[in-house]
Design a protein around this ligand. Structure first.
Ligand SMILES: Cc1cc2nc3c(=O)[nH]c(=O)nc-3n(C[C@H](O)[C@H](O)[C@H](O)COP(=O)(O)OP(=O)(O)OC[C@H]3O[C@@H](n4cnc5c(N)ncnc54)[C@H](O)[C@@H]3O)c2cc1C
Length: 384
């Protein structure tokens, strides 16, 4: 990992060594068959909390590892966790996504209440932005929050919400002034037992993930649930996503690294026409292409994370490039790794079959590949 040193300090290299050793020690526990996804999700959050890995998603003042949360730490952790297990990565990532808006915009009181338990893995976090009619087009969201006295009343439906039904707190985006569209959206922290928060559906995806539909039926929250200023909800959401997007790329790098390792191993073991697959030039070319794409993806991810942490420039464009390239490249790498496994890669329970399903969501959540291209192009045209 020395070749990646320009983007990292000694403590990042130490963190990577630490998490890699932790993953190795817990390999079987992270790689088991998942029968009850919610139970497994809860177990993984507790495990990540006990190992102090979650302490990297919150600031030191609230029990975290560093004064400021770092994109590089989260990338290193997602890459190494993702190499072992998509669900472990997702549970780690959601603790970051559901807490970072509070780290960025929370009042002292909100930060004290929510961040320490999330960092210890004793509370589960969620982020509720997407709606049935507002996916990529977030500013058209329909959930309303109406202020009456010292309370807000939320009404609306959110779908594809990771941790719906197992989360203790949800950062929820709702319109307080619908006529202002995007500028009328506000963010709130809603607790699982706030009256009127109803879990409507647990949704099954192609890869194990705790996710569902939430409805707010006149869900009443105190005025101090407002996160940031009224009307600044999109700033809260996009400020969070601009940083965490590159970490989705890091998870993709972890998945692709696993696929490459499996493909190398299989191609050396499997013999056809009297020799190992790895001895055929056609297979070597595939491995070379996979490794090269992986290295390029890794560099874009590390560069984006470093750009955020160093504060040298707005990380938005680089974060989008990293997510776009790394997730698309990982899909191609995993597809080629499965091809090298032949029919064996399609058997249910085979690691390639699992990775093939696991990678797909990463090109969609936190902004689809098409939306990343729009972000990149917008930045290009703005600068021109
Ligand atoms: C595993 C998983 C976990 C998720 N977790 C969460 C969560 O915790 N919280 C949350 O709020 N959301 C979550 N989501 C939702 C996710 O962010 C949305 O699915 C995503 O933003 C896309 O929205 P959509 O599915 O409605 O697709 P749509 O926006 O309907 O897009 C459909 C297709 O049209 C394309 N498209 C849309 N607009 C344009 C355009 N202008 N130009 C070109 N193409 C376009 C898209 O790229 C896509 O290919 C999760 C999704 C998944 C799969």
């Amino acid at each position: 990992m020395k070749s990646m040193a320009p983007f990292f300090d000694q403590d990042h290299l130490a963190l990577r060594a630490h998490v890699r050793a932790w993953v190795q020690a817990n390999w079987d526990s992270l790689n088991g068959r998942v029968s009850d996804v919610e139970e497994e999700a809860r177990r993984l959050v507790r495990l990540l909390g006990q190992s102090e890995i979650l302490a990297y998603v919150i600031p030191k003042r609230f029990g975290g590892q560093r004064e400021k949360v770092q994109a590089r730490d989260i990338c290193i952790l997602r890459e190494e966790l993702g190499r072992a297990s998509a669900l472990t990565d997702a549970m780690f990532a959601m603790q970051a996504l559901g807490s970072y808006p509070i780290t960025l915009y929370g009042t002292e009181e909100q930060q004290k209440r929510y961040l320490p338990p999330i960092g210890k893995g004793v509370a589960i976090a969620a982020f509720a932005l997407t709606e049935p009619d507002a996916g990529s087009d977030v500013s058209s969201l329909q959930t309303r929050a109406v202020r009456r006295g010292k309370e807000y009343y939320l009404t609306g439906v959110k779908r594809f919400i990771s941790n719906a039904g197992i989360a203790d707190s949800y950062v929820v985006f709702a319109s307080t002034e619908p006529e202002k569209k995007g500028k009328g959206i506000s963010a709130f922290v809603v607790e699982a037992d706030d009256p009127g928060l109803i879990i409507r559906e647990k949704t099954q995806l192609i890869s194990p993930h705790s996710i569902g539909v939430i409805e707010f039926e006149e869900c009443v929250v105190p005025e101090n649930s407002l996160l940031g200023n009224q009307g600044e909800g999109l700033k809260v959401a996009l400020g969070t996503l601009d940083v965490l997007r590159c970490t989705v790329g890091a998870a993709a790098v972890g998945f692709a690294q696993r696929a490459l390792e499996e493909a190398i191993r299989y191609s050396q073991d499997r013999r056809q026409f009297g020799q190992a697959l790895a001895e055929f030039e056609g297979i070597q070319f595939k491995l070379a292409d996979m490794a090269t794409e992986l290295e390029a993806a890794r560099l874009l991810v590390y560069q984006a994370a470093w750009t955020h942490d160093s504060g040298s420039e707005d990380p938005k464009q680089k974060s989008s490039m990293a997510k776009l390239f790394a997730t698309e490249a990982a899909q191609r790498i995993i597809d080629q790794a499965l091809q090298i496994h032949g029919g064996a890669g399609l058997v249910v329970g085979n690691i390639m079959e699992r990775l093939y399903r696991d990678i797909r969501a990463l090109r969609i959540y936190e902004g689809t590949s098409e939306i990343q291209k729009l972000v990149i192009a917008r930045e290009l045209l703005k600068k021109a």
